[in-house]
Structures are given as C-alpha cells and as structure tokens.
Design a binder for this molecule. Sequence first.
Ligand code: SF4
Length: 373
Amino acid sequence: MSDGAKHSLLSPSSSNRWIACPPSARLTENYQDASSSYAAEGTQAHSVAELKLRHKLGQASVPPSCDNIEMAEYTDDYVAFVTEQMEGLTNPKLFVEQKVDCSRWVPECKGTCDALIVSEGVLQIIDLKTGRGVKIDAEGNGQLRIYALGALELFGFLYPINKVRMSIFQPRLSNCSTWEMSREDIEKWAVEALKPAAELAWYGNGNYKAGEHCRFCRAKAKCRERAKANMALAAYDFTDPALLENDEIATILGKIDGLVSWASDVKDFALLEALKGVRFAGWKLIKGRSNRKYTDETAVAEAVKCLGLDPYEHKVLGVTAMASLLGKKRFEETIGALIEKPQGKPALVPATDKRQEIYITTAADDFADPIEN
Ligand code: SF4
C-alpha cells in the first residue's frame, strides 16, 4: 500500500501519529526521510506480488520470475491469502494496486491499495507488509481506515456495502491481522475523528501530544513536548520511605520503555549533530574503542594456507539464513524435524499484552489455606 505523493503532508501511513498529535505534521514537513535498502526490497516484493495477482486474474500472460526464494514464497502466500478472502463473498471483484482518492476526508490525500475486494455487502482492503520490524495490527489502524474510506468513495455507490474489512498480511513475521467495521462506524469515525484532526494538522493547529506514536515522528529527538512528557518521571515523588513500594515500581516500569527510547533518540541525534560540527556545552566528540581487523581477507587466508593451516571457521547457517537458502517447503521437508524452539527468556510486559501469562507459585501460595473459612 503506498501513499499518493512521496512527501504528502498528511500521509495515511503516518496518520496514527498526526491524528494523535496534529501539529506534528507541519513541524516535520521539511525533514528528510531516510531511504533504506529495506524500502527497496519492499518495493520489489510489492511488484512481484502485484504481477502474481494480475497473472492469477488473467491480466498478465506469464507469472513474474523472482530469484529471491524467500520473496517468491511469501508473495505466493500473499496471493493465496487474497484469493481465500474472496471465498464466501457474493460477486466479488478483485482490484490490484487500485488508486484511491481520500481527499474528501484528508487534504491532498491519495494512495494505492495493494488489493481491494469489492462484493455485495463487503469491501475489503489488504495491505502487504514485508518488514520484519514490528507486528502491525489491523485494529485501530488509521492507514487502513483512510484507504477503506477512499475505496468507499470509489465503489460505495455501485455496491450495497455495509461492512468494511481491513487486513494486514505480514508474512515475514507470520502476522495476519484482520479488523472489521460497519460502514456506518467507519464513516462516523471519518466525520468525528479523522476530518477534524486532518484539518488541525493541515493548518498546523491543535495540541502536541506525546505517546507511542512519537517513535515514528521525525522530530522525536528534538520535540519539547516529548521531552516534557519523559522528564515528568524525574518529578516523581520519591520521598519516604527509603525503599520503593511495588506499586511505585509498577508505575516506573510503565514509563521505562518510552524513556529509554526517547533517551536513545536524543543521544543518536546529538551524535549526528556533533559529527556535523555542532557543539553541546560540556560535551566533546572522541574516537570510540575499536578492534583490530584485516585489511585484505583473501591475502590473509592465502598466507595462512601457505603455512599448511586452515584459516576458515566452518559453521552451519543460522535458521533464518538457512530458510532463505532452502525455501520454506524444502526447509520443512529436509530439516524441519531438526528444528526446536526453546522456551523464551521470561520478560515482564504490560498486563494488556496478548501473550499468555506465566504463573509463578510463591512460598506464600504453598502455605495458603485452600479452605475458605
Ligand atoms: S515527537 Fe511526539 S509529541 Fe512531538 S511532535 Fe512528534 S508526535 Fe508530537
């Protein structure tokens, strides 16, 4: 799924941020986006996925070739997922890379849906995400909602649509998330939440609000509001008694991830600025520690071989690299039985996390009287 203009001010992909913090849009409009090799890989995967779907629809005579085994497989999985979604729908029609115009709700907002299924009663948009970073949830996803609204503009009067389904297909994290809303609810959200936030954001109005969304903001290191929100922990009332109570530790735990991520954003930013010649009072740039390294690996290997010794270490590839080498099917058939997934290290996460809780029995539980008096 791609946003219409490359640097559109109110892009659907950043909507969760500018809906929560409208003035962030104008604040960051002149910041440069960093391009990455991951983005190039994502573009390639989307082209392969598009051509596969078009081939399936009879719009392309030959299927696309793809040398990357992993990409070839996960784009096949995507095509299978899109096809499955059409089952059980009445007169479904699939549109691939469908352009939508969302400017009724968000100024100058256009985009392209990876896959859009329109049927009698149901409209579904499917977004292929090829990243390995974080799992993206379809629930509460502003980007999917905005594209769905654009799709309703296009097809809403042609088909009697009353349900909107929005799916994220993220094969490299085995994540497939679908969220459904009634057409009435999504249009209500557009009127009550989206349009007012878009107007504030467009004119640079509204209040700054720090939160989870800050990590995708280009001003995240320099933003005063984010700094204020994080520094508020320093104002915590650490008075008596000398040791913190468990309730206080629980409060601090809830703030630590945000604090750590803000602190590292500020440090990274300051280092980059210092490397450009900016000076921060009381700080200086130094050379970090470094390890020795070879200037020419081939020459080193040859020299060691001349001594009759083996200069190489031989190691079996890691599981992810091996899966890429063999492809999912061959990986399962050949070495699937030799793979185990050890228990993960225990971690303390917020109670709202969806993973299953580990219950630890304490000594107090052992002595608890099972009979209630
Ligand atoms: S860092 Fe957070 S609070 Fe600051 S402008 Fe960006 S989104 Fe808003």
